[in-house]
Write a protein that binds this ligand. Sequence first.
Ligand code: NAD
Length: 448
Amino acid sequence: MKLAVIGTGYVGLVTGACFAEMGNSVWCVDIDAEKIEGLKAGRLPIYEPGLDEIVERNAREGRLHFTTQLADAASACDLFFIAVGTPPQEDGSADLHHVLAVARQIGAVIERDAIVVDKSTVPVGTAELVKAEVEAALAARGKSLAVAVVSNPEFLKEGAAIEDFMRPDRIVVGTDDERARSVMAELYAPFNRSHQRVIYMGVRDAEMTKYAANAMLATKISFMNEIATLCEQYDVDVEKVRIGIGSDSRIGYHFIYPGAGYGGSCFPKDVKALVQMARRVGVEPLVLDAVEARNAAQKQTLLNKIVARFGESLAGRTFGVWGLAFKPGTDDMREAPSIPLITGLIERGACVKAYDPVAIANAQKVFPQDWQTEERLIFTTHQYGALEGADAMVLVTEWKPFRHPDFEAVKRLLKSPAVIFDGRNQYDPEALAREGIVYYGIGRRNRL
Ligand code: NAD
């Protein structure tokens, strides 16, 4: 099949590359000329394990094309995936202007009937807006073509995106159009061989399914973070509680890890957007408001623990931060808990030395330049470099090399006594105590 994927970010590039890998011809379109030039030269704009190999192979074998011009793709394709960003507006609702701009561009270039697929996460009712935009652009050209709009939300996880796309738990296809349904069935057939993974539903049902999925996962995390906060006050180890409740198959072990708060490009913005969708129709989003409020508090929890130990003023102190990306396996810094933590430390006068295996280049763009030139924020080239002479180590993102570090080296490098703030409960508090390391986790009998 021949298709265009518009937006070449985390979702669009993975989508395009994986469809090409299954033998389709794919045009990846982006307005960012630098991104497209880089991709043509074999440079990926994002870090995603395994993606470079698939992109390189499919580009070399002529199935994956990169362009800034939708018209280049339109002459070959009648299937258009919209995979552009839907960032939050000031009030938290999803900003649809990229999605609707693409819809207009599609209407401006197509010469035959088309199927437009919303892969971006968009509020209920957006498919109707997209159809109206495409048809208005067609009408402006004096054309009337049949345009079906499908909602096919994406459920991939950054860091495991290829595996998720190639072997999805489910593929949600929302459409009321028979032709669109059979085209989507054909496109997804290679991903659907071992058992039926495609779930068909109405367009609006599919749009809501994506928000409900992300909000449910965010709720599990915030719930567990609240339990962890209680555990600290009641002298309970939340890790024991986690194992105790996860063993109940109705609860399960997924997404009940307490931590430093959820971040990333999806959960924070999608919960906010759902809150706005609720308010717009007069529904008070009681649960969702609480999920957000707990997460905002949780993002302060490491900083609060550090202040409780070292005092309000952190002038003259240095902290070694392990992990900057919002989770392991990605270079994505959007809404990462490392941002409020590092900002709070530096604003209280501390110096921060930070290390991340892949996110440093993005982190350099996130934090103020003067912090970096004045060496209040130093990015190190090695994980242990971040600990040299520091008052404490703070684990924020649980990359694999951080999970089982050389604690002898940690003790040697940190000031004495060595102090660790473990934002992901990766370490055994008793083993660290035996090593003479002062340990603070999340919800682990170490109230400050
Ligand atoms: P992203 O910011 O990484 O990429 C978006 C791309 O769209 C950018 O390269 C941008 O230049 C391009 N773009 C913007 N306007 C354009 C236009 N008019 N024409 C062509 N290109 C244009 O975004 P992302 O993380 O890939 O997310 C895309 C959508 O997928 C969002 O709605 C998001 O909520 C959803 N989603 C994201 C993830 C994830 O893990 N990142 C997972 C599931 C769903």
